[in-house]
Design a protein around this ligand. Structure first.
Ligand code: IVH
Length: 687
């Protein structure tokens, strides 16, 4: 391909990818599959590698390009970043309306919008290109978080169309959608880290991370609500945001115009009901005077505009009876006190349980048996106990709720590390929920990927006493498994689930266990569940040390020098290997044929080209594979001299087919006589 051709192709791919990103992240209406999207992006990345001089800083491949920041640069806002006056009552809204009428007369309209519960951001664009992203800070100056914000896919790096001003700023709110929040907290709990209290804290914590690569994983989103600049030529706020939408920004579909404050009340009432359906938190509604001329007439006070006001939703609060306090032990041994409550309908859902967080919280609430408590559910998903409802107390108060001293699951004495709020059960290898948690982690997709043991099957094996450690899985046989059965009651869904091992189930389980023997070292290292060693770190450590033996013998001082290993992680690794039981566990797995050394190919693949075995051969890779991720397979193709292409043509040498490959691809390959090979066939090509 000539440079001219490449330039043209890069421009076309960039345009295509940007438009797919817009469809997916802004409009929430993807028009191609993730796989086809990946293919386009990959093609672009490849061309950019081949022609580095054509690489544009704002290419969609460059979202995660920023360096790790030491500290954020402070930037002065061109326009002060003010806040909004707020109220909780319709009376005060009425007063706001009267003030507005007094200043500009009766002929005007309002715009009502959602009040997003995140953190504000100011984005500046120069000639249609994102130039900077700055947090609110103290309103006069904030942190330059541009590298982090570039990773948010709903924020355009370059604008659509051509009728945008040369220079402008657009402000909005960075939020974390509920789905991403739940995923992130589940991962944190898995790693023994404290979960974020709510999506706003999670969004804020994420945006302040120093490594944009990590921010990219947090799946943040951004809604825009305020356009600023000189000579903008708009008459109304509504019009300015409609235009911003055309330029590619995410503007809420909930924005409406109202001709009276009474219509705004209707909007508020509707939203108060509808907010439970949103996939992100809002804490109210913002009402703005629409005409920019009117806005100018109204002006600002020292703190906020006179042309806008925020109506904040009151968190719904009710009083209900405390039935009991139970102590739950998580998979990391962390103990959480949970209050069982007399069920009450609150903000659209029935609340029967609320977390009490830790011992300090119980103490602070001064909780006694049989107390009535106020439960509150605001924008957040999780209900909170605010205080004891003294008005409902009758007669003598029952005993104070005492924090337990021993694990309710295994009886071991609990520990509480200095400076930490949480109690732990230290019996890592003997406490049932901790063992179960370890087993579930071991078989999970990103670890040993034994999904035939999912959906309650591993739990059944544990409950029947057949598997007490992941190593026991490798002793299972057909005869031991066939016919096992147990009925579980799923409380959340209020129904029973029968787990039964029939012939096909058993065959699948045994096959899954067998296949796990070829899982590479980096995933095994993740699977054994050393606290704080997540998927990425496990891979880093595997490549760094090459074998479990080397890792085991690395002391604290050596570990701390490895990239991304801090004192907490180094300590955790040393503690793990100093426990005899863990060493025995690894030995047992080794004896069963589990891989504790980096594959030699992978070792070299990590550094450079491996071979020319696939020289000149082109592959289309499709579907899901057993031993390797699709990305890894593609990398292997390139490392061995082959080429990845996105679409099948008569020039394609192989269609490498995993599970769940679309029927079209198979049909096309057959018609064009392109050989279809399996993962095993592919590995043979490399032998
Ligand atoms: S307009 C000059 N619109 O609420 C005022 N703000 O309490 C510009 N917020 O700092 C702000 N949703 O971070 C505006 N639809 C919305 C908003 C919104 C959330 C935040 C924003 C602001 C804070 C004020």
């Amino acid at each position: 391909m000539t440079k001219e051709e490449a330039k043209e192709k890069i421009a076309k791919l960039t345009q295509e990818i940007n438009s797919h990103n817009y469809n997916y992240y802004v409009l929430d209406k993807p028009v191609i599959s993730d796989y086809d999207f990946d293919m386009l992006l990959e093609e672009l990345i490849k061309l950019e590698k081949e022609f580095p001089e054509l690489l544009d800083k704002n290419s969609p491949s460059q979202r995660v390009g920023g360096e790790i920041t030491k500290v954020f640069r402070q930037v002065k806002h061109k326009y002060l970043m003010l806040s909004l006056g707020n109220t909780y009552s319709f009376e005060e809204l009425q007063e706001f309306d009267e003030r507005v009428r007094k200043a500009i007369g009766n002929d005007f309209e309002y715009v009502c919008e959602l009040k997003y519960d995140g953190l504000s951001i100011g984005l500046t664009y120069h000639n249609g290109v994102l130039a900077s992203a700055v947090t609110r800070g103290d309103g006069e100056q904030g942190d330059d978080v541009t590298a982090n914000v570039r990773t948010i896919k709903s924020i355009p790096l370059t604008l659509h169309g051509s009728d945008y001003p040369e220079d402008f700023e657009i402000r909005g709110e960075i939020i974390m959608p509920h789905k991403s929040f739940e995923k992130l907290n589940a991962e944190r709990e898995d790693l023994g880290e404290l979960p974020f209290a709510n999506p706003r804290n999670a969004a804020s914590g994420s945006l302040k991370m120093l490594d944009p690569k990590e921010v990219a994983k947090r799946e943040l989103d951004c809604y825009l609500y305020y356009l600023l600049g000189e000579n903008l030529h708009f008459n109304t706020h509504y019009e300015s945001l409609r235009k911003a939408k055309e330029w590619g920004f995410k503007i809420s579909g909930y924005m409406v115009r109202c001709s009276t404050i009474a219509e705004a009340y209707d909007y508020i009432n509707t939203l108060e009901q509808e907010r439970v359906k949103l996939d992100y938190d809002i804490d109210g509604v913002v009402i703005k005077v629409n005409s920019l001329h009117h806005q100018e007439m109204l002006g600002f006070t020292a703190k906020s505009p006179r042309w806008a006001i925020a109506y904040k939703f009151k968190a719904e609060r009710l009083s209900t009876k405390l039935l009991s306090v139970v102590f739950q032990v998580g998979r990391t041994g962390a103990v959480t006190p949970v209050a069982n409550l007399e069920p009450v309908q609150l903000a659209g859902t029935v609340v029967k349980r609320a977390t009490l967080h830790n011992a300090d919280q119980i103490e602070k609430l001064d909780l006694h048996d049989g107390d009535y408590v106020f439960v509150e559910k605001g924008g957040e998903i999780i209900p909170k106990i605010i205080s004891v409802d003294d008005s409902k107390r009758e007669g003598q108060r029952a005993g104070k709720i005492k924090y337990i001293t021993h694990c309710p699951e295994c009886g071991t004495e609990l520990i509480r590390k200095e400076g930490e709020a949480i109690h732990y059960c230290p019996n890592e290898n003997g406490c049932p929920p901790q063992i179960k948690g370890k087993l579930e982690h071991f078989i999970s997709r990103k670890a040993m990927n034994i999904d035939s043991l999912g959906e309650g099957k591993i739990e059944l094996l544990f409950d029947k006493g057949m598997v007490k450690s992941p190593a026991d899985l490798y002793d299972l046989t057909f005869d031991k498994l066939i016919g096992l059965e147990k009925t579980y009651f799923l409380e959340e869904q209020q129904k029973e689930r029968i787990v039964k091992f029939r012939e096909k189930t058993v065959e699948n389980i045994l096959k899954g266990i067998e296949n796990s023997r070829s899982v590479p070292f980096e995933r095994v290292l993740f699977a054994i569940g050393i606290r704080y060693v997540g998927e990425t770190l496990a891979r880093k450590l595997a490549y760094h040390y090459g074998t479990i033996h080397a890792l085991m013998n690395a002391g604290y001082d050596e570990l701390i020098n490895v990239e991304e290993v801090g004192s907490r992680i180094a300590e955790s690794i040393v503690t793990y290997f100093s426990n005899e039981r863990n060493v025995e566990f690894i030995q047992k797995l080794k004896d069963k044929g589990i891989c504790f050394e980096l594959d030699k190919d992978a070792m070299t693949a990590n550094s450079a080209k491996v071979s020319d075995k696939l020289q000149g051969k082109s592959f289309v890779v499709s579907g899901v594979f057993t031993n390797f991720s699709r990305d890894r397979i593609k990398k292997m193709i390139e490392e061995n001299g082959g080429k990845n292409v996105s679409a099948i043509s008569s020039k394609t040498d192989f269609l490498l087919a995993g599970e769940n490959m679309g029927p079209e691809k198979r049909k096309k390959a057959t018609t064009l006589n392109v050989p279809i090979i399996s993962e095993d066939d592919f590995l043979k090509l490399l032998e």
